[in-house]
Design a protein around this ligand. Structure first.
Ligand SMILES: Nc1ncnc2c1ncn2[C@@H]1O[C@H](COP(=O)(O)OP(=O)(O)OP(=O)(O)O)[C@@H](O)[C@H]1O
Ligand SMILES: O=C([O-])CC(=O)C(=O)O
Ligand SMILES: [Ca+2]
Ligand SMILES: [Mn+2]
Length: 742
């Protein structure tokens, strides 16, 4: 920007100057400001306000000692000087090849048409007219109407009489302004992050995730008991889609009295592997949602955006608006609906942004295996020598919801927050449960442990493993921030800055300093930031075939060893089991760990049967010689209540030893019951904690607890005994035998 424009006048100064000027005009009759055409005035500074009559003493009328006057006749004009259009970074590509020789105007038109098609009502004769850009800014953008849909014989709706402004791929700064202006609960935290609220839902709602069952998905997907895909029909999908589109087209964000309908549109990518990149469009009502996806998906360059064309998948996020419970299949006010044939997803009744991220992850769990690519709920990082590790682990949010599903299939899906009688924290509570249970939610460590200052971060949550190696699906990270500290997680702490979305955190009213210990809104406080906010992110986020497969479990029973080396069959057994624990307690204060099992460490996102993904994993691990590990990031020295969570610093030393290869050659001994190989020594970790029996004072309690957990593993795995895992039935037998034995 030129120096001229960096000169700032206060509005008061300006009003004063304008007053003087207009007064002068009144007196002279013939007064004008200089033309405002040359916007860029170079290094000369702002031009002076000029009068026609140079003899007239301006000081007679006003005492302007504010320095260089402004080159604008009105405040509106001055404000328009403040913003300039950025020049394209490269010449438009259209002229390079005969096939995409298309003018900028045509390209704009195509984009408008594509978005117009996205936002069109499929049942009404006309949709809204579209205008690109912010209604608050005049003279921007282009219009398009839905004349091709118009049938004059049928009466039209009011929506056809107005314009919908679409705010296309806005920058974080612009989205901040929209959020702060229009969305209650949006504030700038002292770190520069955008603190916001996700409303009544502060976690995902897997019991409200529905998938259209049609001829194709009937055969391709996993349905029925245990499956995360709750079925819906095409017609109901269209009812919800129409509801969402109508809502999105009716958002009047005006505060001037003149209507100003607007939606946000993001066109972005998924998957850093250029061969298997997917184009996604997100249409949303909230700047928060648009910024979240800006951070979480891969951001296209201006050049890539020119060639964007038609998206491969579109999300309609009308989360502030509920679904209609009179609609078939609807069991609550929330519905997240996926239609693979239409390549669309509709969100109603939840503003939790993670639904978009994980909804798309579900879609990838369908699209990628069709191309022989394995999609994984895992973190991923790479050492200086190119050794890649994957970190699998269930998330606390998933655990919570799956438990509810396990306990009773008859419960309504709504949950509420209650304050625990034990301490000041709030907990989720089931409505109308037979046993009133409260939960403590925690993650297993994918984000925390893949974000490692000594290694390159490829991604923290969603990956693909193809013949080319690994690739991150996303362009950002979504870190838990409950109890976050600068000392323990410096890279995540430092990533919370301007541009980052901070969900549901509590901050000081005045200083806007966030209190990460405060779980008043939820335990599941989160930060979403672009991956390049982590200093050693590997861009592009791809890497060679993994060397180590680390399965993380937060064992609140405290009986799993801090680390064990797994055989291939054991890796498969634990991958299919997908164990972690959370803490649930009855209202009279007894707290007990609850085991949860989520196949492939992410049953909520898989689309096909778990054995399909497991078979692919075992094939890839064998082919590329990867070693499996089981790491307990949970309790030691007793179950939740008597023991303590393993120190993050120790877990990090364990992970270091896996990465360096030193653990591969350590001395091992086998545990009873689970039959796990545990090392006797690791640098930086007290040896006595490596075998959990040493840390329990009550050895009988340890044995009982171990047997109890083993029983839960067995019970869970029973449903898989009828399935073959891959083509090799030997492996299936081995996997079945790799579980606990007692
Ligand atoms: N020993 C430990 N190892 C790993 N994490 C620990 C440990 N002790 C405490 N923690 C905390 O546990 C949480 C782990 O959460 P993390 O965000 O890594 O989960 P995740 O596996 O990425 O889940 P999600 O899929 O929901 O994002 C963090 O808040 C971290 O600070
Ligand atoms: O999607 C979310 O809410 C957060 C997450 O990573 C998970 O639950 O696995
Ligand atoms: Ca995570
Ligand atoms: Mn996750």
């Amino acid at each position: 920007m030129e120096d001229a424009h960096s000169k700032v006048f206060s509005d008061l100064q300006l009003v004063y100057m304008l007053k003087c000027a207009s007064k002068a005009a009144d007196e002279n009759g013939e007064f004008s400001f200089a033309s405002n055409t040359p916007r860029s005035t170079g290094r000369k500074g702002l031009p002076k306000i000029q009068t026609q009559d140079h003899n007239k003493k301006a000081s007679d009328v006003c005492h302007d000692d504010s320095g260089t006057p402004v080159k604008a006749t009105t405040i509106d004009e001055l404000h328009s000087l403040q913003r300039k259009k950025s020049a394209p970074t490269t010449p438009i590509k259209g002229t390079q090849g005969a096939f995409n020789a298309i003018s900028e105007e045509d390209r704009q038109k195509q984009q408008l048409q594509s978005i117009s098609a996205s936002l069109a009502s499929l049942m009404r004769e006309t949709g809204p007219k579209l205008v690109k850009g912010d209604p608050a800014r005049k003279g921007e953008g282009q219009q398009i109407s839905h004349h091709h849909h118009y049938t004059p014989t049928i009466s039209i709706s009011d929506s056809a009489l107005k314009f919908t402004h679409y705010l296309y791929n806005l920058s974080p700064a612009e989205l901040y302004e929209h959020a702060i202006k229009n969305e209650k609960g949006s504030f700038i935290a002292s770190s520069g992050a955008l603190a916001t609220l996700s409303g009544a839902k502060t976690g995902r709602s897997p019991r409200d995730k529905r998938v259209v069952r049609d001829e194709t998905t009937e055969d391709d997907l996993w349905w029925g008991k245990g499956s995360p895909n709750i079925e819906m029909d095409e017609h109901t999908f269209m009812v919800n889609r129409e509801r969402a589109v109508d809502y999105l087209n009716s958002l009047d964000k005006s505060n001037t009295g003149k209507p100003a309908f607007q939606v946000f549109v993001n066109d972005q990518f998924l998957n850093w592997d250029p061969e298997h990149r997917i184009k996604v469009r997100i249409v949303s009502a909230r700047a928060y949602h648009s910024l979240f996806m800006h951070n979480m998906c891969i951001r296209p360059t201006p050049e890539e955006l020119e060639d964007f064309g038609t998206p491969d998948f579109t999300i309609y996020n009308a989360g502030q608006f509920p679904c209609n419970r009179y609609t078939h299949h609807m069991t609550s006010s929330t519905s997240i609906d996926i239609n693979l044939a239409r390549k669309e997803m509709v969100i109603l009744g939840t503003q939790y942004a993670g639904e978009m991220k994980k909804g798309l992850f579900g879609v990838m769990h369908y699209l990628m295996p069709k191309r022989q690519i394995l999609s994984l709920h895992s973190g991923c990082n790479m050492g200086k020598d190119g050794d890649v590790a994957l970190f699998f682990g269930l998330s606390g949010t998933v655990t919570l919801e799956l438990n509810r599903a396990t306990w009773s299939n008859h419960l309504p899906t709504d949950m509420c927050l209650v304050r625990s009688p034990l301490d000041t924290r709030f907990y989720y509570k089931l409505l109308l449960t037979v046993l009133p249970l409260v939960f403590f939610v925690t993650g297993t460590g994918k984000t925390t442990l893949s974000t490692d200052h000594n290694r390159y971060l490829i991604g923290d949550d969603e990956h693909c493993w193809s013949e080319n190696g690994v690739s991150n699906i996303e362009g950002g990270c979504y870190a838990k921030c409950i109890d976050l500290s600068r000392e323990k997680e410096p890279d995540i702490w430092n990533a919370i800055k301007f541009g980052t979305v901070l969900e549901n955190v509590v901050f000081d009213e005045h200083t806007r300093e966030v209190d990460y210990m405060d779980s008043s809104v939820t335990e599941n406080t989160r930060a979403a930031y672009p991956i390049d906010y982590i200093p050693n992110a590997k861009i592009p986020c791809v890497g060679p075939h993994p060397k180590n497969i680390i399965l993380l479990a937060c064992d609140a029973f405290g009986v799993l060893p801090p680390v064990s080396k797994l055989s291939l069959a054991q890796t498969m057994y634990h991958f299919i089991s997908g164990y972690t624990a959370l803490v649930a307690g009855t209202e009279d204060g007894i707290k007990e760990p609850q085991a949860t099992f989520s196949a492939c460490f992410g049953a909520a996102f898989i689309m096909m049967h778990p054995t399909k993904y497991a078979a692919m994993l075992s094939e890839k691990m064998q082919k590329h010689g990867a070693t499996g590990w089981l790491v307990n990031t949970g309790w030691s020295g007793g179950s939740y209540g008597s023991g303590k969570r393993i120190k993050l610093a120790y877990t990090r030393r364990i992970i270091d030893a896996i990465h360096s290869g030193s653990l591969l050659n350590a001395n091992y001994k086998k545990t009873e019951v689970f039959g796990l190989e545990i090392p006797t020594e690791i640098e930086g970790v007290p040896s006595e904690i490596l075998d959990p029996v040493n840390t329990w004072t009550d050895k009988n309690a340890y044995k009982d607890t171990q047997l109890k957990l083993a029983g839960l593993f067995k019970k869970n795995f029973a449903v898989f005994t009828d399935y073959k895992i891959g083509k090799n039935s030997m492996l299936t037998e081995e996997i079945l035998a790799a579980g606990p034995n007692y």
